[in-house]
Design a protein around this ligand. Structure first.
Ligand SMILES: Cc1ncc(COP(=O)(O)OP(=O)(O)O)c(N)n1
Ligand SMILES: Cc1nc(C(=O)O)sc1CCOP(=O)(O)O
Ligand SMILES: [Mg+2]
Length: 213
């Protein structure tokens, strides 16, 4: 993952892959023609077959590569490996960091969901995670969440650890900066980009303005 603070997450379903790919290009293009303000894109498709994930990854990978944005696959290190993606994001039920590392090698990124737990984050960091993710910080309609995090966990983590942390859950352009100021290295966002009333590009621009990138 690179320096910019915006971590994009795809919608859980992509009905029209070519149209979505065009939207991704527009989102990447919101920073004076470069992708410099997006750290990575996580392909998070739910309730679809492996073929559909691999097809989407095959379409998105060259767009990401051209823009200098890493493509991470959600849930499945094996599919990240097959797709030649830049890494994987795993939740607490998606397998271990050790297994993902064995499959992907040292040069790929592995992120781990840690909910609202410093303990889980310490375990992930010790296991070799490249980042830990805390959330959910705000109500979200993208998924049913069981854990709610307070921004204070970001401050605690950033003071005690060097492993970067990602904030997730209902984040909008209006709330993103407060989480970065609390200690988040990245804000992971789905709905506020793809469901923006004026389109995804407008959503990305709003984050760009808010994050001062
Ligand atoms: C950056 C980031 N953080 C947290 C999650 C959630 O992962 P998980 O708990 O495995 O839930 P699902 O996304 O798989 O429904 C994430 N995907 N990305
Ligand atoms: C995928 C996901 N994981 C969360 C967690 O708390 O672990 S919240 C979440 C949804 C993120 O989408 P949006 O930006 O639309 O809220
Ligand atoms: Mg998961």
């Amino acid at each position: 993952m690179t320096d910019p603070a915006l971590y994009l997450i795809t919608p859980p379903k992509i009905a029209d892959l070519p149209a979505f790919a065009e939207e991704v290009v527009r989102v990447f293009g919101t920073s004076a023609g470069t992708a410099a303000d997006v750290a990575c894109l996580q392909l998070r498709l739910k309730d679809v077959g492996d073929d559909e994930v691999l097809r989407a990854a095959e379409t998105l990978l060259p767009l990401c590569a051209q823009a200098g944005v890493g493509l991470l696959i959600n849930d499945r290190a094996d599919l990240a490996k097959k797709a030649g993606a830049d890494g994987v994001h795993i939740g607490q039920s998606d397998g271990s960091v050790a297994e993902a590392r064995r499959l992907l090698g040292e040069d790929r990124d592995i992120g781990v969901t840690c909910h609202d737990s410093i303990h889980l984050a310490m375990e992930a960091g010790e296991a070799g995670a490249d980042y830990v993710a805390f959330g959910a910080f705000f109500p979200t309609t993208t998924k049913a969440v069981e854990h709610h995090a307070d921004p204070e966990i970001l401050s605690r983590w950033s003071e005690m650890a060097t492993v970067p942390c990602v904030a997730i859950g209902g984040i909008t352009a209006e709330t993103a900066r407060s989480l970065i100021e609390a200690g988040a290295d990245y804000v992971a966002v789905s709905g506020a980009i793809w469901n923006h009333p004026d389109g995804a590009e407008a959503g990305a621009r709003a984050f760009q303005a808010a994050l001062g990138a």
